[in-house]
Ligand binder design. Structure first.
Ligand code: ADP
Length: 249
């Protein structure tokens, strides 16, 4: 589903990502771990198209995308979430999800969508879909509330909902467990499992080893811009090079 080959990215001569190669098999959930500054977020940005690599190639579902802008990569089936979600705070939870569909289709955002008398059929279908997805991530009870009233964990669920509107094949999750209370973390993990069971592939940056141990069949460990190793989470946690990278970082 994803193939990153010999990708590098320098900032003013500093190699934040240095000749990184890895692949993510269709249908898998793979963790991307490593100490702060390892190059994980930069790698995500290179995959998503927020950054252009200095060298190397990125393939999503067999399609070379390293020269394509971010929105084309979304069309290729890619979606991503951010470590710190930034929903439209004044808009309702449901509207935030609805707008995600329109953003991703590159459409104009219709003003006062809900106030209009005659809602077109496709918009109606989108609203139904958004409502189903909002219910799926357990935000049905708060769908009319402004997004700014949500807790940190609920915002992560809202991000997941927004991403699902695009019907992605590959989802990049940036620290889904960060700032989330244990009850909501359980919901987040269950939803990721359900989405994955539907055939969606995940690459997840995460420091929470409970989540990584439960969801990720394999982890890729990065340190100082390079891939240090790859394997089962328990195996990597015992690897002396990995332990040293964390202690050194
Ligand atoms: P991680 O996500 O693993 O914590 P990052 O990818 O955020 O690591 O950062 C890797 C390195 O690249 C860090 O040393 C960081 O300071 C540097 N870096 C990241 N983005 C930029 C940028 N836009 N300009 C300069 N340096 C950057």
């Amino acid at each position: 589903m994803l193939e990153v080959q010999s990708v590098s990215k320098s900032f003013d001569g500093f190699r934040a990502v240095d000749d990184v190669s890895f692949s993510v098999a269709r249908g898998s959930i793979v963790g991307l771990i490593g100490p702060n500054g390892a190059g994980k977020t930069t790698t995500f940005n290179l995959i998503a198209g927020t950054l252009t690599p200095s060298a190397g190639s990125v393939r999503i579902d067999g399609r070379a995308v390293e020269h394509e802008p971010a929105h084309r990569r979304i069309a290729a089936g890619l979606a991503r979430t951010f470590q710190i979600p930034k929903p439209f705070g004044e808009m309702s939870v449901l509207e935030n999800v609805l707008v995600a569909a329109q953003d991703q289709a590159g459409e104009r955002i219709a003003p006062n969508l809900f106030a209009r008398g005659a809602v077109r059929r496709r918009e109606k279908a989108n609203i139904e879909r958004a409502r189903d997805i909002v219910a799926f991530v357990d935000l049905g009870k708060v769908e009319r509330l402004p997004a700014k009233s949500l807790s940190g964990g609920q915002r992560k669920l809202l991000e997941l909902a927004r991403v699902l509107m695009a019907k992605p094949k590959l989802i990049l999750l940036d620290e889904p467990a960060a700032g989330v209370n244990p009850a909501l973390l359980e919901t987040i993990m269950e939803r990721i499992e359900t989405i994955n069971a539907d055939g969606v592939t995940f690459l997840i940056i995460e420091h929470n080893m409970d989540l990584v141990g439960r969801l990720c069949g394999e982890v890729i460990v990065m340190a100082e811009g390079r891939v240090l190793g790859r394997g089962a989470p328990s195996e990597m946690a015992r690897d002396p090079r990995v332990i040293e990278a964390y202690l050194g970082g």
